[in-house]
Write a protein that binds this ligand. Structure first.
Ligand code: FES
Length: 147
């Protein structure tokens, strides 16, 4: 019996998407399949990188101009949810002041994503912690330049 690999792959992809739609909001699926701001940015002013307890690593880079985050990018080797979280979070912080970005919580991120299944909530916590580390890195680099 011959197997049409392309057809099989298409069916599998459809099945995976159907399963995902049952567990995740439309927003999560959209942001995971069409990531925003994924990749490194040049001349970042602050970088945060954390490996979560799940073993996945997320990195966020920010560029700050006139006290506002003008650009950001993220990289992850983690799950699709971490892609959705990085995508949404980097959109949420664009044009925010450092102080405003620091006030974003994982609950805010969850709300923007339309929620996550309990077992994936930690992905949003990881993303927000990485952002905070990137901001701490920015502040440290800035204070070192001033001294
Ligand atoms: S970031 Fe590790 S499971 Fe989502």
């Amino acid at each position: 019996m011959s197997v049409d690999i392309d057809e099989l792959a298409k069916r599998l992809e459809t099945q995976v998407l159907e399963d995902a739609k049952e567990a995740f909001s439309e927003t999560v699926i959209e942001y995971a399949y069409n990531p925003r701001n994924m990749g490194e940015i040049s001349d970042a002013d602050g970088v945060g990188k954390i490996t979560g307890t799940c073993g996945d690593t997320v990195q966020i880079q920010i560029r700050v101009e006139n006290g506002r985050i003008s650009e950001s990018g993220f990289i992850t080797d983690g799950c699709g949810t971490s892609i959705a979280c990085g995508s949404m979070l980097t959109e949420m912080i664009t044009d925010k002041t450092i102080e405003e970005a620091l006030m974003i919580t994982s609950d805010d991120l969850l709300r923007s994503l339309g929620g996550l299944p309990d077992e994936y909530v930690h992905c949003s916590v990881l993303a927000v912690n990485v952002l905070r580390e990137a901001i701490a890195d920015y502040r440290e680099l800035r204070s070192n330049k001033q001294t």
